[in-house]
Design a binder for this molecule. Structure first.
Ligand code: ADP
Length: 429
């Protein structure tokens, strides 16, 4: 119990700490916008998205969404506002109707969920891999050129019309239906956020001021780190064993890829030092990443009186049999500690972003409404994460400001948003 108690204390996130995290985030955001490399952690990448969807986009567009876990190919039929409900038609075959007329090329929005330094809306070089991706020889290369070469090789006549980060896609998808959307956030395998910035607030932007006066910025906040982050020995050990030690620290305490492994490391220590599972240490407990976020969610939401789900998962994943109710309760407590810390820090990140944009306060005489579009498996499928994130954001904002902020799920936003941006950057416009 002393291991659990110590872990719990180290993971605590009182509001004071969350405010410090948010403030540090805001400071880094300013630095990142100033000049390239001014912030060691927040890249604040210029996306070249100067026009977000209006809701009037029409036509047939494609999207290829390369995430951390899933790759999705989409065909999106945009019908303009009147048909907004039938925005997306996912189909796997390509019947005649979808063939483009002679002389017209298919156009693709390419969602690429890794840090890319864009040089235009259709080009950008990969800065580094994150999550578990590590394909050799691609860092420093233009990802659109690589994709185009591959498409040519297999005889696929398609033009990439927009290269977008998944957070930008999420923002664009939500903006199509609601013009109050200003932030797009992903909590999936990894985590990241994009938001709409005033062009004049980006000193490092030397191009023409966009007509809209706005530019979407990809924060790459997964790489954020601060002395205010409540990190434990388990986080440090986990970080050391990843493909990118010392990097993406915010992501490693928040996102779906890592949460289960933090719990596993705490359990392993308890087994080794306190015989938590009896006098032998179950060998499977030593396998990195064997406990997934969805297992953790299932255990965390087990409402049976004997915590049957927890018992079954411990048996199926770790081959630990006949666990007592007491043991199961402690496992649930560990899941709680880890997911609550993640959700509260996630809320601090959003709060920092709202502070940066001045949307964290109600302005006298203004009826401002700000919508934050969220997507990703962790947000979608881990109710405890979602509800804790929402309630913590309210705590940080206070009652009055909280009424002006709306959190919205941007379903399949990353892919559909990319198709929308392909539409607004079509060569046939
Ligand atoms: P990606 O981030 O790869 O684009 P998703 O947004 O679908 O893909 O997120 C997938 C991630 O979401 C998984 O890696 C996992 O961490 C998390 N996840 C998926 N299902 C669940 C679940 N039921 N409970 C908690 N987390 C989940």
């Amino acid at each position: 119990m002393s291991i659990v108690k110590e872990f719990k204390e180290q993971c605590e996130t009182p509001l004071r700490k969350l405010r410090e995290v948010a403030d540090a985030m805001k400071v880094e955001m300013h630095a990142g916008l100033d000049s390239e490399g001014a912030s060691r952690m927040l890249k604040m990448l210029i996306t070249y998205v100067q026009n977000l969807p209006t809701g009037d986009e029409k036509g047939l567009f494609y999207a290829l969404d390369l995430g951390g876990t899933n790759i999705r190919a989409l065909r999106v039929h945009l019908g303009g506002k009147e048909e907004a409900t039938s925005l997306a038609k996912f189909v796997s075959s390509e019947p005649e109707d979808f063939h483009p007329p002679p002389g017209r090329q298919r156009e693709l929005g390419f969602t690429f969920s890794f840090p890319v330094r864009q040089t235009s809306i259709v080009s950008g070089t990969l800065i580094k891999w994150t999550k578990s991706f590590n394909i050799e020889g691609l860092v420093g290369e233009d990802v659109v050129r690589e994709l185009t070469k591959s498409m040519e090789k297999i005889g696929l006549d398609m033009r990439v019309a927009a290269l977008v980060n998944d957070t930008v896609g999420t923002l664009a998808r939500a903006r199509f239906s609601n013009q109050d959307v200003i932030v797009g956030v992903i909590f999936g395998t990894g985590t990241n956020a994009a938001y709409v910035e005033h062009a004049h607030a980006i000193p490092k932007w030397h191009g023409l001021v966009p007509k809209s006066g706005e530019m979407v910025i990809n924060t790459e906040w997964g790489d954020f780190c601060s002395i205010h982050l409540p990190l434990t020995e388990y986080d440090q050990a986990l970080d050391a064993e990843t493909i990118n030690p010392g990097e993406q620290i915010f992501e490693k305490v928040i996102s779906g890829m890592y949460l289960g492994d933090i719990v596993r490391r705490a359990l392993l220590k308890m087994a080794e030092e306190a015989d938590f599972f009896g006098d032998t240490v179950p060998p499977k407990l030593a396998i990195p990443f064997i406990l997934k976020a969805y297992d953790m969610a299932a255990m965390n939401h087990d409402s049976s009186s004997d915590l049957k789900v927890v018992g079954n998962r411990l048996r199926d994943i770790f081959e630990i049999h006949n666990t007592s109710l007491e043991v199961r309760k402690i496992v649930v407590e560990l899941c709680d500690i880890v997911v609550i810390r993640a959700a509260r820090l996630a809320a601090a990140g959003i709060f920092g972003l709202l502070q940066k944009t001045g949307r964290d306060k109600v302005k006298v005489g203004e009826q401002q409404r700000s919508v934050i579009a969220l997507d990703g498996g962790l947000f979608e499928q881990y109710p405890k994460f979602r509800t804790c994130l929402e309630s913590t954001l309210k705590e940080l904002l206070g009652v009055e400001a909280a009424e002006t902020i709306v959190i919205e799920h941007s379903q399949d936003g990353s892919g559909i948003g990319a198709a929308l941006l392909a539409a607004s950057h079509s060569q046939y416009l």
